[in-house]
Write a protein that binds this ligand. Structure first.
Ligand code: IMP
Length: 190
């Protein structure tokens, strides 16, 4: 089995955001959330697994009281369907009625997953819902999503690292890199 370094050498074409750049941006976003939520106690909802490191770094720099909860979802089929229907693998532990929600995502691509999630959460009558995403691949958007906190815009490439995976690999890289998706698909699915 290839070790992580050999996988990186083979499939990661270039570093898009270094560990330092990510940490600086996360600190800036935390500062804004600290200001916007002074006196409030939001529920931070992280969407597993991709937002694992982002939510962990982000929340440790928040100086407001908060609850942390997780949702895990899976798109039906290999591609998200046009309805954005996703299967809920893990639901929230707590009710969110009347609460201020911040959804923390790793990346918003077509927006289908998140629009489903927002609809699902709105039905539980929270006081407010805002979206915080580390990466925004807005060129691929199919449904409009209002993003309040955003780390970086990314072009139409497949990115891995800092939580983002390809076939469960590359998540634990501390930086974000561009995957050679053609080569990876060819080798992994041959
Ligand atoms: P959407 O419903 O198309 O917005 O899909 C969002 C989900 O697709 C993200 O939460 C990721 O799990 C996955 N995804 C989209 N683009 C990438 C990428 O470049 N790298 C890794 N995962 C991605």
């Amino acid at each position: 089995m290839d070790d992580l370094n050999s996988l990186v050498e083979k499939y990661v074409k270039k570093v898009l955001f270094t560990e330092e750049e990510i940490q600086l941006r996360v600190a800036e976003i935390s500062e804004r959330i600290n200001e916007d939520y002074t006196g409030l106690e939001p529920v931070i909802i992280a969407v597993l697994k991709g937002s694992l490191y982002f939510v962990s770094d982000l929340t440790r720099q928040l100086n407001i009281p908060l609850s942390l909860d997780f949702m895990a979802i899976e798109s039906y089929g290999p591609q998200p369907s046009s309805s954005g229907a996703v299967k809920l693998l893990k639901d929230l532990d707590q009710p969110i009625e009347g609460r201020d929600i911040i959804i923390v995502e790793d990346i918003i691509d077509t927006g289908l997953t998140l629009s489903y999630l927002i609809r699902n959460l709105k039905a539980r009558n929270p006081r407010s819902i805002r979206v915080c995403t580390l990466l925004d691949k807005s060129v691929r958007r199919l449904v409009p999503i209002e993003i309040t906190y955003k780390g970086f815009e990314v072009p139409d490439v497949f990115v891995v690292g800092y939580g983002l995976d390809f076939e469960q690999k590359f998540r634990n890289l501390p930086y974000i890199g561009v995957l050679d998706i053609d080569r990876a698909v060819e080798d992994f699915y041959e």
